[in-house]
Design a protein around this ligand. Structure first.
Ligand SMILES: *[C@@H]1O[C@H](CO)[C@@H](O)[C@H](O)[C@H]1NC(C)=O
Ligand SMILES: *[C@@H]1O[C@H](CO)[C@@H](O)[C@H](O)[C@H]1NC(C)=O
Ligand SMILES: *[C@@H]1O[C@H](CO)[C@@H](O)[C@H](O)[C@H]1NC(C)=O
Ligand SMILES: *[C@@H]1O[C@H](CO)[C@@H](O)[C@H](O)[C@H]1NC(C)=O
Ligand SMILES: *[C@@H]1O[C@H](CO)[C@@H](O)[C@H](O)[C@H]1NC(C)=O
Ligand SMILES: *[C@@H]1O[C@H](CO)[C@@H](O)[C@H](O)[C@H]1NC(C)=O
Ligand SMILES: *[C@@H]1O[C@H](CO)[C@@H](O)[C@H](O)[C@H]1NC(C)=O
Length: 301
């Protein structure tokens, strides 16, 4: 016990001295000793068994009755244009959210308050989502972080809604203001005001019904294992130019472009990934029909 305490004390002071100032980096930054494979040296949680991101093997996801057709109650995500500000925090572009934006339902235990959202992206060469679906990476991933109103100091204290981006031919005009603003935050600590309709940055209503759910961690140090993850099947569409705006405009440092700011996938271990998808009960004929309708609507829009 004494020995354990000593180890704890030593490792805690080590954290304080070597890494308290956010001294960690992504693989592409080539910073010896502080890249993702070594995060656990300075941040012990990063070496845990319930880490994120992971690969979602869709065929292995377990259908959960309680997630079926349960809709998210997105309070305050409402159809209003908000004045927000975006910051380059040296690892991503982050938007801190005002109070009053909440989620509940969707199989979550309790009400969660949105605190911030940020992005993980790639480069001209590589896609940059953190989670992968059946081994596939998407160009970019959005994380909307929420904190449980009644935090218990453990599992489920945070709920992160994750969305994948897909490239389309047209600009997504809902993102115009946000994307314009990132041109002004090249340097670390850069900050810029912009306005956006939060509800319209993400898919809406029915498109939120299909998702994957698992227990994991923050994908950046300290990698705390308190996150209830929700990854939506419906992607957000951005044009190539809009995606490139992330590659070309932000910097990690005065000499490094901020690209490929993702953590590699971690071992799922014996964790179960649940799905709200009723695909098991939707016959292949029905899916073909839905596919036909969706294609038709896409063509028409
Ligand atoms: C949505 O959440 C808000 C705030 O927690 C609550 O007042 C409202 O009743 C909820 N609406 C539904 C439809 O559950
Ligand atoms: C949060 O905790 C307080 C006090 O323990 C309780 O009165 C309240 O109902 C809880 N709220 C929710 C949403 O669980
Ligand atoms: C951003 O908005 C805040 C208040 O919403 C304001 O105080 C600040 O001056 C604005 N910053 C810039 C650079 O316009
Ligand atoms: C997450 O962990 C909690 C506590 O161990 C458990 O009750 C819950 O079912 C888990 N959720 C998932 C999606 O595995
Ligand atoms: C959505 O679900 C389909 C069917 O399981 C799967 O092929 C596709 O990869 C999923 N996409 C995402 C982004 O989850
Ligand atoms: C599309 O978005 C990009 C990036 O913001 C911008 O440079 C370009 O002018 C836009 N194109 C059109 C046709 O609006
Ligand atoms: C951003 O990084 C690029 C590439 O290293 C460099 O040329 C540029 O001066 C940097 N800009 C700022 C504001 O740090």
């Amino acid at each position: 016990m004494k020995c354990f305490n000593l180890i704890l004390l030593v490792s805690l002071s080590f954290i304080k001295n070597s890494a308290a100032a956010g001294n960690w980096c992504y693989e592409i930054q080539g910073c010896a000793g502080t890249g993702p494979r070594l995060w656990s040296k300075h941040f012990p949680f990063c070496g845990g068994q319930q880490q994120s991101p992971i690969n979602i093997h869709t065929k292995g996801a377990v259908f959960k009755e309680s997630l079926k057709l349960v809709q998210f109650n997105l309070t305050g995500y409402g159809d209003i244009v908000r004045k927000l500000s975006i910051t380059n925090n040296g690892h991503s572009a982050q938007v801190n959210l005002p109070s009053g934006i909440e989620i509940s339902g969707g199989g979550l235990s309790g009400t969660y308050v949105a605190t911030q959202f940020h992005f993980h992206w790639g480069s001209e060469e590589f896609h940059g989502s953190e989670h992968t679906i059946d081994g596939e990476k998407f160009p970019m991933e959005l994380h909307i972080v929420h904190a449980r109103k009644n935090a218990t100091g453990g599992s489920g204290d945070l709920a992160v809604l994750g969305f994948f981006y897909e490239e389309t031919s047209k600009n997504n005009t809902e993102y115009d203001s946000l994307i314009k603003s990132i041109e002004a935050i090249t340097a670390v600590d850069g900050i810029k005001n912009f306005s956006a309709n939060l509800a319209k940055l993400i898919p809406q209503n029915e498109a939120l019904k299909l998702y994957y759910r698992y227990n994991g961690s923050l994908t950046t140090p300290p990698c705390t294992e308190t996150v209830t993850w929700t990854l939506f099947n419906t992607t957000i569409k951005l044009s190539k130019q809009q995606l490139q705006a992330f590659h070309h405009n932000l910097n990690f440092t005065a000499i490094e472009r901020m690209v490929e700011n993702f953590r590699p996938v971690q071992k799922r271990g014996n964790r179960i990934v649940y799905t709200s998808s009723s695909q098991v009960i939707v016959s292949s004929f029905q899916s073909l029909f839905i596919c036909f309708i969706v294609s038709f609507l896409t063509i028409m829009s």
